[in-house]
Design a protein around this ligand. Structure first.
Ligand code: 6CS
Length: 345
C-alpha cells in the first residue's frame, strides 16, 4: 500500500511537473494578443482584424482577441490603451489620430485624393508618403504603423438635400475630432461639430446635428440614412484608416514573430482591399431597398468645382498646423499621386 501510494505520488509528481513545464513553455511561446478597432461586426475594420487574426492563428501558436467598437470605449480610449501597452494592436482612423499626429490630417484636405478607386488603391500600395514617411511619424508616438488603407469614398448626409456651400449654411455637420476637418467644413460653408462616433446617431435623431460624412458602407451599417436621409456625393475625399502596434511590444518580438505580424498585416490588407471593391454600390442598393425617404445626389462637375475652389484655404491651414514636416509630407503625397495618375493615363 505504502509502496503503491509512493509510486503513484511519484508518478503524479512527474506528470504534474511535465504539465507545468509544458504549460510554462506554451505560455512562453504562445501569446494572446489584444487588438481593438472602431467598427462593428462585418464592417471594413472588422474584416481586416479577422483576416489578421486568422493569419496569425494559422501560422503560429499565438492567438488574437479582437475587441469591436464600444467593448473598450471610444476610438481615443483604444488608442490610449495601446500606447500604454494594455492592447498590443489598434486600428484607429486619422480622423481621430489627427489630434495626436497633426500630419495624419492630410487626408482631410479636400479634393487631394481623386475619386477613381483604381488610382486610390494603387496610391495606397505604392506611395512613399504612406509607406515610408507615415511610419516615422507614428513611431514618434510609440506606435508601429503596420498598414494604412482606404475604407470608401466620403459621402455627406444631411436632413435636407444639398448641392452647394450655400445649402450647408448654418448646418451643424458632425466631423471626427481633428481640427483640420473642422476647417474643411468651415470652408464648405457649414458649422462643423466635432464629436466621437458614439454620439452621432443620437445627435442626428434629436436634431442636435443636421448632417455628417462617412463612407456608404458605414451609412448603411450604422443606419445613419434613417436619421440623415439625403446623401450627397461631393467627391472630396476617402475615409482612410490605419492599423498599428504598440512599438515597445513590437520591438520586443522575436525576428520570426515580427515577420509573422508583418505578413499577417499584408494578408489582411490584400483581403480588405478586395472586400471594399464594389462594397459602396452594394451598400447603396441596401439603403435604397430599406428606405423610400433617401435621396441620392451625385454633384455635377460644375457643382463640385464650387466646393473644390475652397480647398486651398484648408491646405494652408494644414501647413500652418504641421510646419516643415507637413509640407514635406504634402509634397511627397502629391508626387506619389502624380506618379500613379500618370501611370493610369
Ligand atoms: O465616423 C466615425 O467616427 C466612424 N466612421 C467609420 C467609417 N469608422 C469608424 C469611425 O469611428
Amino acid at each position: 500500500m505504502k509502496t503503491s501510494k509512493s509510486v503513484s505520488t511519484k508518478l503524479l509528481t512527474t506528470a504534474s511537473v511535465s504539465a507545468l513545464l509544458l504549460g510554462l513553455s506554451t505560455a512562453a511561446s504562445a501569446d494572446n494578443w489584444r487588438y481593438a478597432h472602431e467598427e462593428y461586426e462585418g464592417d471594413v475594420q472588422d474584416v481586416f482584424a479577422y483576416a489578421f487574426k486568422e493569419h496569425i492563428e494559422d501560422n503560429s501558436d499565438h492567438s488574437v482577441q479582437v475587441y469591436r467598437f464600444g467593448e473598450l470605449g471610444e476610438s481615443d480610449d483604444i488608442m490610449g490603451q495601446t500606447q500604454s501597452g494594455i492592447l498590443q494592436f489598434v486600428n484607429q482612423s486619422p480622423g481621430f489620430t489627427g489630434s495626436l499626429i497633426p500630419e495624419a490630417q492630410i487626408f482631410f484636405i479636400p479634393y487631394l485624393l481623386p475619386t477613381d478607386e483604381e488610382t486610390v488603391l494603387e496610391f495606397f500600395d505604392e506611395s512613399e508618403a504612406i509607406n515610408e514617411m507615415f511610419p516615422k511619424l507614428y513611431a514618434e508616438q510609440g506606435l508601429e504603423l503596420l498598414k494604412m488603407y482606404p475604407e470608401g469614398e466620403m459621402v455627406v448626409t444631411t436632413n435636407e438635400p444639398i448641392s452647394s456651400p450655400e445649402d450647408l449654411n448654418n448646418k451643424k455637420i458632425r466631423v471626427m475630432t481633428n481640427p483640420l476637418l473642422s476647417e474643411t467644413y468651415d470652408a464648405f460653408g457649414a458649422t462643423p461639430t466635432p464629436l466621437p462616433w458614439g454620439e452621432v446617431y443620437g445627435g442626428l435623431q434629436t436634431g442636435i446635428l443636421d448632417g455628417q460624412e462617412n463612407p456608404i458602407f458605414w451609412i448603411e451599417s450604422g443606419g445613419l440614412y434613417e436619421v440623415s436621409p439625403h446623401l450627397t456625393f461631393t467627391g472630396h475625399g476617402w475615409f482612410t484608416t490605419a492599423m498599428m502596434a504598440n512599438q515597445d511590444f513590437f520591438e520586443g518580438l522575436s525576428e520570426e514573430d515580427k515577420q509573422l505580424v508583418q505578413e499577417a498585416s499584408n494578408a489582411a490588407y490584400d483581403h480588405t482591399i478586395e472586400h471594399i471593391q464594389g462594397l459602396a454600390d452594394e451598400s447603396l442598393a441596401k439603403i435604397q431597398e430599406a428606405s423610400d425617404e433617401v435621396t441620392v445626389n451625385r454633384l455635377s462637375e460644375e457643382e463640385i468645382q464650387v466646393f473644390r475652389e475652397r480647398a486651398p484655404q484648408v491646405e494652408e491651414a494644414f501647413i500652418e498646423m504641421t510646419g516643415e514636416s507637413g509640407k514635406e509630407l504634402l509634397n511627397q503625397f502629391k508626387e506619389d499621386l502624380e506618379e500613379v495618375q500618370s501611370d493610369n493615363e
